[in-house]
Design a protein around this ligand. Structure first.
Ligand code: SF4
Ligand code: FES
Length: 250
């Protein structure tokens, strides 16, 4: 395949960026999108030019590091896959492909296609964990029966990989889908109930501090989420939040 790539280039967080054009040839339809960018970077390095910076790690849809906005869609035109799982067979020979970073006020660009998503880490630190007594007297987790329906819901929520596609896709730059998944994965389990009140209050407070927008129920986040995280979890988080805020007032 022969393609034309239009890629966002930005030297650093302070410099202005712009789209640059790169023709690329001999791309295998069986290669992944990131392998196609590797090919481009090898050519740029051979020519003594600065390679395009982009995030990646596992390259198998698990870590949440890859984060490209491709032809106006977070993670590109395929459904239910991350950028690293996107294959070039989704494009046609002769196509022009626009590649941009995940844009949001809370995700500032660091360089080219790499954005700073540490705001997600700070939300996790605010409550996305269960405190466990590791003194040797820890109760076996299986000693507490969990209804199958709740276990399934918790597992579905836990599949969020923290990529940020929901934020990049949302017209408001809202992080509600991400935070609701992180709150819900514990809220459905008895082990998560112990700290449930402070967890949801602290995580939502941190989300607001980071500058994410508000949710207006558009639902674009659910459509673009590579892990199929459901809007139902936003409803679950709102319920948890109202309950916690009422308790905190008493
Ligand atoms: S909810 Fe989906 S889109 Fe958002 S961070 Fe999690 S996996 Fe990524
Ligand atoms: S590189 Fe890990 S999910 Fe894409």
């Amino acid at each position: 395949m022969n393609l034309t790539l239009k890629i966002w280039r930005q030297k650093d967080a302070k410099s202005a960026g712009k789209m640059e054009t790169y023709p690329i040839s001999n791309v295998s339809p069986d290669s992944s999108f990131l392998e196609m960018l590797d090919l481009l970077n090898n050519e740029l390095i051979d020519k003594g030019e600065d390679p395009v910076a982009f995030d990646h790690d596992c390259r198998e849809g698990i870590c949440g590091m890859c984060s490209l906005y491709i032809n106006g869609e977070a993670h590109g035109p395929d459904r239910g896959v991350t950028t690293c799982q996107l294959h070039m067979r989704m494009f046609k020979d002769g196509d022009t492909i626009y590649i941009e970073p995940f844009r949001s006020k809370a995700f500032p660009v660091i360089k080219d296609l790499v954005v700073d998503r540490s705001s997600f880490d700070r939300i996790q630190h605010a409550g996305g964990f269960v405190s466990v007594n590791t003194s040797g007297n820890t109760q076996d987790a299986n000693a507490i029966p969990v209804p199958k329906r709740d276990a399934d819901k918790a597992f579905d929520a836990a599949t969020c990989i923290g990529c940020g596609a929901c934020v990049a896709t949302c017209k408001n730059g809202s992080a509600m889908l991400y935070v609701s998944a992180k709150v819900s994965q514990f809220a459905y389990l008895p082990q998560g109930r112990v700290e449930a009140t402070e967890r949801v209050l602290n995580m939502v407070e941190q989300m607001d501090k980071e500058g994410f927008g508000n949710c207006t129920n558009t639902g674009a986040c659910e459509v673009e989420c590579p892990k199929g995280i459901s809007l139902e979890f936003i409803a679950k988080m709102n319920k948890e939040y109202l309950k916690a805020a009422t308790c905190a007032e008493k």
